[in-house]
Structure formats: C-alpha cells, structure tokens
Ligand binder design. Sequence first.
Ligand code: NAD
Length: 342
Amino acid sequence: MTRIHKIAVLTGDGIGPEVTEIAVNVLEAAKHTSDFELDLQYREAGYHCIAEYGTNLPEDTVSLLKRTDACLKGPMTTPEEPGAPVSVAVKIRKLFNLYANVRPCRTFPNVEALKPNIDLVVVRENTEGLYSGVEYEVSPGVGIALRIITKAACLRVAEYAFKLAQRRRKNLTYVHKGNILRITDGIFKDAVSETALKYPDVGTAEIHVDAATMHLIKKPESFDVLLTTNLFGDVLSDEAAQVTGSLGLAAGANIGDSYGMFEPVHGSAPKYTGLNRVNPIATIMSAHMMLDYLGEKEAAAKIETAVMEVLKEGKIRTADLGGSSTTREMGTAIAERVKSLP
Ligand code: NAD
C-alpha cells in the first residue's frame, strides 16, 4: 500500500522560496522512485507576513503544522528590533518541543574543505539557553538576557546525541563553558555525565567552547558527535559548515518526540534574493533528512547519492563552490540524477 506523508511547506523569505522550490522538485523526483506519496501543504510564514497578519507565524499555519507529519522550512528573515516577533524557527521549535537540532557537516566530493575526512554532527539543545527570549533593559544602557538551562532538557537532548553516536563512530564530545557558567553549564555537564553511564560503548570527552572553535579548525576530522547548548551549537555549526566548504551545503533537522522540522542551517541571505545564484544543496539535504525521519530510507539515500554524484562530476558548481552554475541548474541536475538511480 502506498504510504502518504503529510508535509507542511513554509518557503520563507529572501532566497527561501528559490531553494525550497528546488528541494520540493528533488522530493518529487525521489517520490517517483519509491512507493510513497507526499501530500505537500503550503502555508505562509516569515518576515513578509508581519505587515499583513501582525505575526510571522499566522494561526492558520500553526494549525496546519499540527496536522502534518513533518515540516520543510525555508530560511526566514528575523526582525531584530526589541519587541518584534521572535524567529519562526524558534517559535516552531518551542511549540513542538523539537529539542534536538541536528546539523551534520562533512566533506563533499570536489568541495574544498580545511581537511579531507570531516564527518561530524553538531547536536544542539534547541528549546532553551540564551534562546529563551527573556531579555530586559533594566535601566538605560543596562541589559540582561536569561540563559535558562534545565536538567530535563539537557537529559533529553543528551539521550538523542548518545543514541546518534551509537549509530555512528561512537564518539561524543560535549561542549560547554563550565569554568565560567558554573551553574547553568554545571547542570548541562551533570546531565551529560549521567546519560553517558547508560552508553558505556560511546567514548565521551568534554571541551570548553573556546577550545572547540579552535579544534574545529585544527582537527575537525577528530570529531564525531558534538553535543552542546543552544547558542554555542548555533555558532559551532556555522563554523563547521564553513570548515567543510560552504554554508550552502549545511542541512539541519529539528527533532522532537512526535514532530520534525527540516531547514537549512543558513539564513535568508537577502542580498541574493531572486538572483538564482545560491546553492540549493543545504535545503535539498534537509529534505533528505526529512525523508529519512519519515522512514523513507531508500528514497532518502537516493537524494544523498545524487548530490554526491553531481558534486563528484564537478560540471555543475554554484558560486559558493567556485563555479558559475545557477541554483536551478544545480537543482535540475540533482533531480534528474535521483530519477536515473536504480
Ligand atoms: P545568512 O546565512 O542568510 O547569509 C550569510 C552568508 O552566507 C550570505 O551572505 C552568503 O554569502 C552565504 N550563504 C547563505 N546561504 C547560502 C547558500 N544557500 N548558498 C551560498 N551561500 C550562502 O546569514 P545572515 O545574513 O546573518 O542572515 C540573514 C537573515 O536570515 C537574518 O534575518 C537572520 O536572522 C536570518 N536567519 C534565519 C535562519 C532560519 O530561518 N533558520 C537561520 C539563520 C539566519
């Protein structure tokens, strides 16, 4: 019997609509090679909604998300003024308790990286920390942001990261700043150490965040799973993406116990809007992660193989990879390759 997956598609702002459309084309190509259907439901979300709806995440969109199995989300522009709506990604992560932000980074064929054999995943706590959104200006020129860390949230993301490490090379490095943030990162460290006892087959190491930024450049190939808190994970995953070649290749998944949202690591890159110039692979690989999450392993693997083969051939290269191919040319090459795979 044909399996049907209901997917919410939020195309986003800036380059979001371009890269999301291409990822959807690749999903459609993958669908033709396997016995499943995608019921794609488009809704509005993002900066462009604020003028019309007074919010970047209209109620109608939230109610659709609740009726779907997963969400494919394009990047969105986040307003920065105090009091403006908080980021859509942050809202959805909190609404659906998507506590693990999973960001794989590895070397791709024909893509210049700092080292040849990088294959790591950043797992970032996704619901609290400095993203709690609790900030005050207590007097003019004096601000406070609350870094909320709970043992419960640390335990559940640690559990996810250890399970992931078990399926990979069985090494987990947890990143913190416990020498300075003794209480909040103390809670994080204790939760990770407690979880580690349940996974004796996973080698565990800890490292301060400042040292982690250096080691990501010096010996990125030494890392397998990097587990950390929200803001540190955001910074480290952008760094890891660049170390492996380009932010345009970095995919991301936001995983909870009953829902998943999939989006590229990069933002809406407004200056490239409509230029057909950016790399769609980050969003295509996010769609790949979504199919994997939905249990469509074979179709997911085909997308990954197609991306690798197109990059290996080296004929199609977007500007970030040193070439002059367009976003659509890259997307078409990958979609055609998916269709041609046995
Ligand atoms: P950005 O990731 O949008 O862009 C930074 C630079 O990275 C770009 O100038 C470009 O050189 C490169 N880049 C990004 N995507 C690329 C791609 N697909 N191919 C090739 N190169 C690419 O970061 P920013 O400029 O700091 O943020 C722009 C907006 O996006 C902001 O409003 C920010 O808040 C938002 N943002 C949203 C998300 C999200 O929706 N999850 C994530 C990050 C940033």
